[in-house]
Structures are given as structure tokens and as C-alpha cells.
Design a protein around this ligand. Structure first.
Ligand code: SF4
Length: 346
């Protein structure tokens, strides 16, 4: 199929091919706005009507990570990076953050920690306690992003009532060794697979703009499609001082719109959350992210960078005639609905 033949009826169930994605990435701005943006918006509306979901995160443990992810200010490897360093928050503190997120309008709350994974039993105990308290005292859905995890530890979180597990695979398999050398892409995918097999709703995406080629963007989109997560957090690199990617500024606002639209056209019924890096990379085009196919976004700050105010995002939603909903809405034929709580890391 060529871009001239792309239409709603042909796309609404199975989506575009890698060849179509290549064509879209090569389009001029005028052609993209004429042919693709309206299609992406129609597909998003078909799956989600006028509903947009919001999630929010807390960085419950920051910095001092032994891994070497090139984009991450929390890695110990990059001495010039400036992320704060603190141990895992108490369950009470995490609960307080969940209540704050709920008061801003978030319907999903994700607990994110730095590090390869959560190996200490005491940390898992704190997480179980936090999830139990959040379920008792708020209405927000709980999610966690705790790095590479064993089935046994994931099972404990499941038994505590956690519904979602977030784990990004960062980038395409072929580009991954350029970004991370301390663990493998296959280890990332294994964590996602474990979470899926245990019955979690799985949120899995990554970061664009880290130096990958257009072909590797296409590869990444279709690898995500194969993994088949319930929701996909999309991050655009916001280069962190002191990291190897500190000077990487690869994305234009149009590139970002194309990435969102290609993901929407490739996976017409998936939740797509636009998360970290949207402010700095999309600039004025941020207002078009829902037209390009995003069905959700993050409220408030990201892990190591600040986001727009919740009021600004809620105003954008209202201006476009959209309404905020739970990420776990049921869509016609879709297993779920959830970004990041997509995160920009782990
Ligand atoms: S992304 Fe996660 S695992 Fe990688 S360096 Fe940052 S905190 Fe560590």
C-alpha cells in the first residue's frame, strides 16, 4: 500500500506496513498535514472518541544507578549528570504523592525507581505497603516501573493489587547496544513478557531522538507492535547535561508528530501516551499531539525534568473538546486502555 491508498477502512483493524511508515517519514510537511494527520485523528477518535487519559508518576528512588543508559542522568557512570540521589521513599510518602496526583486529575499513578531492578526484599515490602495504602485511600490505578524484575517479585506486586507494570525497551533491537551496554534488549523484553504472562496490563515504549536512523524508528515501531503491550509511552529525548547524549538534538517538531502518527497508524487501537521531552521537542506542535493520534499524556513532572503545569494540559484538552478519563477505559475491541505512565527511563 502506498500513502495515496491509505484510508480509514483499510487501516482501522490492522494498520500500516513498515513500507507505509517509511513513506510517511519521508513526506513533506504539507503532504503529511494533508494526508496523514486527518487519518491519525480519525483513527484515534474511532478507538477512544473524545477521551484522553492522564497518568502521573513519582520518582520514588532516584540516582545512584549502576547501569549505563546513555540518556539517563540517574546513572552513576556519568559523573557530570545532575539527577538528585535519594533512597526509596517510605510507603507513606508515596501515598502522599498519589493523593497529590489524584487532586490534579491523574487517574493512573506510577511509582518509578532508579536502578537495574528492585532486588532487596525490604524494598519490595515497601512497594507492597505503598500499593496497598494507595488502593485503600485513593481511586487512582496503580502502576510501577521498577526496572528488570523477577517473576516472583512481580507476583508479590500483583497480589498486593497492582494492575499495571511499566517497562520501556528504550529503542529498537539493532540500536540498543549504542545506548545501553550494561544489559541487553532481550533482558528488557523478558521483563515485559513476564509481566504480561502474570496478567498485568503492560505499558511499554521508549525514547525517540537518541541518534537512531529513520529505518531504526520503523524497526522500533514494529517491534513494539510485536510485543503487543496494552499501552505505549512515547518519549522524545530531552538531553541531560553530563550524559553521552547531552548534545543530541535530532528531532524537529514535525519528526515528533510523524512518530506519533506512525505509531497510531501502525497500531490503531493502542493507547499512546506522549510523555517526556514533548515540551522541548514539539514546541508549538505540542498542541497537535492528539490530532496526530496520541490518546493520553502525563500530568506534571517527569523523572528528572519538569513538565508543563497540569492546568496547561487540562486547558489544552478542553480547548480541543476532549475529556479526561481513566487509562483503563475499555475501547471497542481493545484490551485496555494506558505512559509512561510512561517514563523517560527504565
Ligand atoms: S534508565 Fe534506569 S536502569 Fe538505566 S541508568 Fe537510568 S535509572 Fe539506571
Amino acid at each position: 500500500m502506498t500513502s495515496n491508498a491509505l484510508n480509514f477502512e483499510s487501516l482501522k483493524t490492522s494498520g500500516i506496513s513498515p513500507e507505509d511508515a517509511r513513506e510517511i517519514f519521508a513526506m513533506s510537511e504539507a503532504e503529511f498535514f494533508e494526508k496523514i494527520l486527518p487519518l491519525a485523528k480519525t483513527l484515534r477518535e474511532h478507538a477512544f472518541a473524545n477521551e484522553i487519559s492522564f497518568c502521573s508518576i513519582v520518582n520514588a528512588k532516584s540516582g545512584a544507578c549502576v547501569e549505563s543508559c546513555s540518556f539517563c542522568a540517574q546513572s552513576n557512570t556519568y559523573k557530570g549528570a545532575q539527577a538528585p540521589v535519594y533512597p526509596l521513599m517510605s510507603a507513606e510518602k508515596i501515598l502522599e504523592k498519589a493523593k497529590e496526583a489524584e487532586s490534579f486529575g491523574a487517574t493512573e499513578f506510577s511509582i518509578v525507581t532508579s536502578g537495574r531492578g528492585m532486588s532487596k526484599a525490604k524494598e519490595i515490602d515497601t512497594m507492597v505497603d505503598a500499593i496497598t495504602k494507595i488502593r485503600q485511600e485513593t481511586q487512582v490505578e496503580t502502576c510501577a516501573s521498577l526496572g528488570l524484575m523477577s517473576r516472583e517479585d512481580l507476583q508479590r506486586l500483583k497480589e498486593a493489587g497492582m494492575i499495571n507494570y511499566h517497562h520501556n525497551i528504550e529503542t529498537s533491537r539493532s540500536y540498543f547496544p549504542n545506548i545501553v551496554t550494561s544489559h541487553t534488549w532481550e533482558e528488557e523484553v523478558a521483563t515485559v513478557t513476564n509481566a504480561k504472562e502474570l496478567g498485568f496490563q503492560v505499558c511499554c515504549g521508549g525514547i525517540f531522538g537518541m541518534g537512531e536512523s529513520v529505518e531504526q524508528r520503523v524497526e522500533f515501531v514494529f517491534q513494539l507492535k510485536d510485543i503487543d503491550p496494552d499501552s505505549i509511552p512515547i518519549n522524545f529525548l530531552n538531553p541531560r547535561p553530563g550524559t553521552p547524549l547531552a548534545d543530541k538534538h535530532d528531532l524537529t517538531p514535525l519528526d515528533c508528530l510523524k512518530i506519533i502518527a506512525v505509531l497510531r497508524l501502525a497500531m490503531p487501537r493502542k493507547e499512546l501516551f506522549v510523555c517526556g521531552g514533548r515540551e522541548v521537542n514539539m514546541k508549538g506542535y505540542q498542541e497537535l499531539m492528539f490530532d496526530a493520534g496520541a490518546s493520553g499524556t502525563m500530568l506534571g513532572n517527569y523523572l528528572t525534568t519538569e513538565g508543563r503545569s497540569p492546568e496547561q494540559d487540562l486547558a489544552l484538552i478542553r480547548k480541543n473538546g476532549l475529556v479526561p478519563v481513566s487509562p483503563h477505559r475499555k475501547t471497542k475491541g481493545a484490551s485496555h486502555g494506558t505512559q509512561e505512565a510512561a517514563k523517560e527511563t527504565c
